[in-house]
Design a protein around this ligand. Structure first.
Ligand code: SF4
Length: 331
């Protein structure tokens, strides 16, 4: 990863939740893998962010970070092409967060949609400042782009705003990051809500084939289709959403026989099980290989950290210099 070659930079982050599920894979990770040939990628496991919701019980965090790193690699992120690292290992994230926190007002933060949504449950200073830390994550690498879905554009707005404020207050140091917008497929879980580990409705990548089959059997389907022969509506069914990703021709092969009743939900789920397991097989195989040598994974994180620190350190030198925060005698 020699950065003398002219390429734009992408910063991506994910909170460590342990091993990933197919919603994470299809919603983010595959896109990161697609980007790694064309951009300098910084893939950050944002452990400090996870403290905003869970700061008391941190004993499982190390294992969650490890499992996430394993899934990143198993899904195809190449440590030669992208720096994979843990946020708290690059202390400069905290430094820039602090500096940015001086440039934004409390009312602006309290108006942020995520704060409004969760303020009754999470009212810590850390949670209020979460978007500022996110902005620092992005600007610390002078990222050109952050890959997000349309609904997350607001997150980038704050990073851009803080970059502008810093540049106009002190000196131009920061690139103004842009959202790299992409289509995120809708993936619902077993209970027809958004697939999420916290709802326990997900299909983890590290499930066995049998576990995947069992989980898919429990999935919600169109409630009007009770048995084979009943006409169904695939547009109301999370199984059909998954067929759209994992089957070659679902519009012809799945939707019409579902509608006529010719295809029953049991068979439909079995077809999906087979295809999903086939698609996940290489990732699962790579996972098993990586788990045989955990030190190799920790070494990759250490190398990623060093690369990230180098870039972050250069940016922070410019930040301190722009702010005249330098108290060493001249050589
Ligand atoms: S046949 Fe398939 S698409 Fe139709 S309702 Fe059943 S599971 Fe869903």
């Amino acid at each position: 990863m020699t950065e003398h070659i002219k390429k734009k930079t992408i910063l991506s982050g994910m909170q460590p939740t342990g091993s990933l599920h197919i919603g994470n894979l299809e919603g983010a990770l595959k896109n990161w893998v697609d980007c790694q040939d064309d951009y300098w990628m910084y893939c950050c496991i944002v452990d400090w962010h996870s403290l905003t919701a869970e700061y008391t019980d941190t004993k499982g965090l190390k294992e969650k970070v490890f499992q996430m790193a394993v899934d990143f690699l198993a899904a195809g992120l190449d440590p030669e092409k992208c720096a994979i690292f843990v946020q708290s290992e690059v202390i400069e994230h905290a430094e820039l967060h602090l500096i940015f926190s001086m440039l934004i007002s409390v009312p602006t933060l309290t108006r942020m949609p995520t704060y409004q949504e969760k303020k009754d449950k999470l009212d810590s200073y850390g949670f209020l400042g979460y978007p500022v830390l996110q902005a620092a994550d992005i600007c610390l690498y002078n990222a050109d782009f952050v890959p997000v879905g349309k609904d997350q554009e607001k997150h980038i707005w704050l990073a851009k705003d803080l970059a502008q404020r810093f540049n106009s207050t002190y000196k131009k140091v920061f690139q103004e990051p842009e959202a790299l917008l992409r289509e995120i497929p809708l993936i619902l879980g077993a209970d027809n809500r958004k697939m999420s580990k916290s709802y326990d409705n997900h299909i983890p990548i590290d499930f066995t084939e049998k576990q995947t089959e069992k989980r898919l059997k429990s999935f919600y389907t169109d409630p009007n289709k009770q048995r084979k022969g009943d006409p169904g509506n695939p547009d109301k069914c999370p199984i059909y959403l998954l067929h759209k990703i994992y089957s070659d021709n679902p519009e012809k092969e799945i939707a019409p026989p579902c509608r006529t009743g010719e295809l029953g939900c049991v068979d439909c789920k079995l077809k999906l099980t087979e295809r999903l397991n086939k698609s996940l097989a290489p990732i699962r195989e790579k996972r098993q290989e990586l788990l045989k040598d955990p030190n190799q994974v920790w070494d990759i994180l250490a190398t990623g950290r060093d690369r990230a620190k180098q870039r972050a350190g250069n940016v922070m030198d410019k930040v301190r210099s722009a702010m005249k925060l330098s108290y060493r005698k001249k050589k």
